[in-house]
Design a protein around this ligand. Sequence first.
Ligand code: DP6
Length: 415
Amino acid sequence: MACESEKWVLMVTAQTPTNIAVIKYWGKRDESLILPINDSISVTLDPEHLCTTTTVAVSPSFDQDRMWLNGKEISLSGGRYQRCLREIRSRASDVEDEKKGIKITKKDWENLHVHIASYNNFPTAAGLASSAAGFACLVFSLAKLMNVKEDQGKLSAIARQGSGSACRSLYGGFVKWIMGKHDDGSDSIAVQLADEKHWDDLVIVIAVVSSRQKETSSTSGMRESVETSMLIKHRAKEVVPKRIVDMEEAIKNRDFPSFAHLACADSNQFHAVCLDTCPPIFYMNDTIIGCVEKWNRSEESPQVAYTFDAGPNAVLIARNRKVAASLLQRLLFHFPPSSDADLSSYVIGDKSILQDVGVTDLKDIEALPPPPEIKDAQKYKGDVSYFICTKPGKGPVLLSDKNQALLSPETGLPK
Ligand code: DP6
């Protein structure tokens, strides 16, 4: 290694998407290795609208591992961070940067410390699976920095030990997390089923809900379900294995009616398991489900799928852009913004769908007609804090533009 007195800083910046499960992971068979009781399938969301950016740096001048999340220093002492760092470090290889005159050998990595800065381009408090994108990005960027020569599947098994759903954020498009059989978790990895171009008609609208009570974390919620629910056993053993096969087939054939039916049914069963938990866990609010169910039933085949994670935000998947415009029109009718909101922050992400709806200002929202399939359609003003319009997206990428780095190349501290 270059002499200790040298103050070089070597760094890598990467961007990793978040994902939404359409067949849910709920329940672990091993808490510390994070091994699930069933397979799960997810759609990766476009990182342009929802992603984590992480810069990792190494320098002989760093005296400990440190991390900053959205600009604030956080502790790395938790078991999940420690495990990811240890697993990546143990697989590090030689790194040479001739231009900077830096040579790090495999052995040196054991004694070198890293700085990590991570930033979510969406509010962490919105409850949008920030831990999935976060741990995936941590593992992906450290693997690049340390020249880890493992394939994406092996990296997914490391990200899994940060947060289960993180293993699915190592790929774009449609992803399956295979639960695996081994006790050491080596076969509990994520694989890509199809990339994002395979089914690029889909449009995703996320309703971020305003009043959020203190929710049970996924980790403790699923622990309580495994301990107390009978339904979860039936789900993992009998229901999910068949749904996984059917969902893979639906994705392969771009069969939207089957996709929607499976995604909605699986979200509903996951929440049924939550209700079957003692004491019961309530995550979602059913107003949006009612609207989508009525609309789907009034059409010849389902137009929109809904799915809810461990919180009240609704993720709605429309079969194409035209349907997405009708969906957004319905959503804006039912959930107009509170009086002090402005349109540009009420619908974010791919705002072009608003033009398809013909909405250019708040008055246009007030004038929207009620959905024809609903009698006495109600309004829930202010219940939604904002909508994000997005689509299936790509997997992790390295960012080579130095301006996008979150750490200073001179000091290795947040910019
Ligand atoms: C409802 O991955 O957040 O979003 O593994 O304990 O970190 P830990 O849990 P986490 O759980 C996600 C649960 C879910 C369903 C899913 O993403 O499959």
